[in-house]
Write a protein that binds this ligand. Structure first.
Ligand code: T1G
Length: 658
């Protein structure tokens, strides 16, 4: 094959130049790839033995998009729009053989070609908004020309990944080829020689009603709270019907470059690479995980049934255990309910549901766990209950089986110590609903063996969870930071702020819900029980706010009681003057005189409290990386990803480094 650069090479067969991008791991459009593509196109256009060209990717991916690692520097020539103009305006046919994921700039490459053929396993997406940017090489102008403005708005403003079948239906790809994709692409390219090539940029945007466009825009932006990129994406796609193609391309490029340098984009890039780093645990590089085919779940309540469903979704056999057959049947009913919901939403079909239920066993016979590879407990969060259970499981399961606790606050070391093989114990802290929430805190106990930890990570990957490894401390990473957040929020009450002001300030910052609304949703009694447990050992000199205790003593434990920090009528949250009066009364009782507190002070203090606790977790070695802490707060506690997480935000607040 002829090299056109270090990462692009080509070969001619039947008069067709097959251009292959080979830039591991994801064929990202680095400067060298762009140079190679342009060189190949230029060669193809002038070579006498070339009548047409095919572009494809080496390996399982077509093109993973622009090289995100290059975003820290100004784009180097040739920029992608230059390469795509060369493709689209080529005199000779250029066909895209989409052998795998075509993402961002990768799909933009395909959209610039004259015909797109995809493998059945291929996927396409313009996920740029997930990086705080918009497509920068024609995606917002070419895609609506192929599929119409409403559909393009949905895909670009959400960044949703589309499987090959749907891409064909939408008209993004022209054909799906399950056989020899390259050979078929070459044949198709030959067939296009001498024909009127379809240049997407030159085609008209299909008509759409203003209602349909507005509906698509408001639906796509409904979940874009405070994010600039989705809004800009909608504006640019709308522009495709108003401005000539070349003019709109310039507007798109300027918007792309402006967003690329934005704080939100920097934050989302931080999150992107943080997710890739999270599963890399020093010392585990060469450790082989144990094989896990069957997962036992003890306790099929809200958490247990979610965990069981997540395991079934990932293809595991599941043995669900409860102390009685009646409870086991109820647990099975909960799991079936979750599967029915997935069926209704179209996430699974009848075959998928039947397959999952076939792999599910539920009963009260603990001995059924004797062949499980991993057993996860999700019983009542009480140390005695969990320890007794682990002692029992220790006798039942195979010596090489792994025991995991889903505790949120208890000490997994204490639970492990009660067993004969503490090295096979770890924490797997799921978040509710466990079949939906991506986050999984993997708690490395003092005696957890390396291959047990490696197995936890491997199982997390199969469950499509985002694993964050942490050490043992009360509340692990997430709940410990959340406790610091709660503490500071309550200090702000004594100092002069009110719950509704604090919540509004944090919702304006980008959180889906402010702290007090979250406390009411989760229920105030859990933290109350913990405060009561800690009362005997609490430092008497430490500042302690007792307002929440007073609320609980009055039965105001949150939404489930119809009142907590707020009162709830017809599902609506309302400020309750009784709570305001209680706060004022507690301030007076403790000699606090309320002062005016700005929203900025609220945000600064709450973010600083989270970052300070994060720094403590790092210095104690509980968390391995600041970015892990950011991922926990983003994926488990609603911290806005476009702010990068509390640790990243704290770094940004320090301003540019010298
Ligand atoms: N640039 C640079 N590195 C990338 C990359 C990219 N686009 N995509 C992945 N990597 C690295 C990643 O950091 C990791 O590195 C390794 O590849 C494997 O990734 C002009 C401007 C393609 C579906 O948003 O969604 O195009 O940790 O662990 O699970 O309009 O990666 O091994 O050192 O994720 O198999 C748009 C991002 C860019 C796609 C593969 N593209 N990538 O998933 O592997 S913006 C994206 C992904 C753009 C244009 C605009 C996934 C994947 P390391 P991985 P995976």
């Amino acid at each position: 094959m002829t090299p056109f650069s270090d990462t692009v090479r080509g070969s001619v067969s039947n008069g067709v130049l097959l251009i292959e991008i080979d830039h591991a791991p994801v064929n990202a459009l680095s400067t060298d790839v762009r140079k190679g593509l342009l060189a190949a196109l230029t060669h193809g256009e002038t070579a006498t033995d070339v009548d047409a060209m095919v572009i494809t990717g080496a390996g399982a991916i077509f093109i993973g998009g622009a090289d995100i690692r290059e975003f820290g520097a100004p784009p180097a020539e040739p920029v992608l729009p230059t390469v795509l103009a060369a493709i689209e305006n080529a005199a000779k046919p250029v066909v895209a053989a989409i052998n795998g994921a075509a993402l961002g700039g990768g799909l933009e490459v395909a959209l610039a070609t004259h015909r797109r053929i995809a493998a059945p396993t291929a996927t396409v997406a313009l996920p740029e908004v997930k990086l705080g940017i918009v497509p920068g090489a024609g995606g917002t102008q070419r895609l609506p020309r192929l599929i119409g403005i409403p559909a393009a708005i949905e895909l670009i403003a959400t960044g949703r990944t589309v499987p090959a079948g749907e891409a064909l239906k939408l008209g993004i790809v022209d054909r799906i080829e399950a056989g020899d994709l390259r050979a078929v692409a070459i044949t198709e390219a030959c067939a296009l020689v001498g024909t009127d090539l379809r240049r997407v940029g030159a085609s008209a945007v299909p008509a759409a009603t203003a209602e349909a466009i507005d509906a698509a825009a408001s639906k796509a932006l409904a979940r874009a709270r405070g994010q600039d990129a989705p809004r800009e994406a909608v504006r640019l796609v709308r522009l495709s019907a108003k401005r000539p193609f070349a003019e709109a391309l310039v507007e798109e490029r300027q918007t792309f470059l402006a967003l690329r340098g934005s704080e939100q984009a920097a934050a989302l890039r931080h999150v992107f690479f943080a997710e890739r780093a999270a599963a890399k645990i020093p010392g585990l590089e060469d450790v082989k995980p144990r094989t896990v085919k069957t997962i036992g779940v003890v306790g099929l309540g809200l958490m247990g049934s979610g965990i069981a469903t997540s395991a079934l979704d990932a293809g595991f056999a599941v043995v669900g255990i409860e102390p009685s057959e009646d409870a086991a049947a109820k647990g099975r009913g909960r799991i079936e309910g979750l599967l029915d919901r997935a069926l209704q939403s179209g996430r699974i079909d009848d075959v998928g549901k039947a397959d999952r239920l076939r792999r599910l066993t539920t009963n009260a016979a603990f001995v059924s766990l004797n062949d499980a590879d991993l057993v996860i407990e999700a019983v009542f969060d009480d140390l005695a209950v969990k320890t007794e259970l682990f002692v029992r499981l220790d006798d039942i399961v195979r010596p090489d089986a792994i025991l995991a606790t889903n505790t949120s606050y208890l000490d997994p070391d204490a639970i492990a110590a009660a067993t004969s093989r503490p090295e096979r114990v770890l924490g797997l802290h799921f978040f509710s609903p466990a079949n939906v929430m991506r986050l999984l805190e993997i708690v490395r106990c003092t005696r957890t063996a390396p291959d047990v930890l490696a197995t936890g990570l491997a199982v997390a990957k199969r469950l499509r969870k985002l694993p964050i490894v942490c050490g043992v401390t009360e509340g692990f990473i997430g709940n410990r930071i959340f406790s610091a957040y709660r503490r500071e929020a309550e200090f702000l009450l004594e100092d002069g702020a009110l719950p509704q002001q604090i919540d509004a300030a944090m919702e304006a910052y980008g959180l889906a819900m402010g702290p007090f609304a979250v406390f009411d949703l989760a229920g105030l009694e859990i933290a109350w029980a913990r405060r009561k447990r800690q009362a005997a050992t609490r430092d008497p000199k430490a500042r302690y706010v007792d307002i929440a205790d007073k609320l609980c003593e009055a039965g105001r434990v949150g939404i489930k009681a119809g009142r907590g920090w707020y009162r709830y009528r017809d599902g609506k949250r309302e400020v309750d003057p009784e709570v305001t009066a209680l706060i004022e009364q507690r301030r007076a009782a403790k000699g606090f005189s309320a002062r005016t507190i700005s929203d900025d002070e609220i945000r600064t203090r709450l973010l600083a409290a989270m970052a300070a606790e994060g720094s403590a977790l790092l210095s104690e070695g509980i968390a391995a990386r600041a970015s892990d802490i950011d991922l926990v707060m983003i994926n488990g506690y609603g911290f806005p990803a476009h702010k990068g997480g509390p640790m990243f935000a704290a770094e940004q607040a320090k301003g540019p480094r010298a």
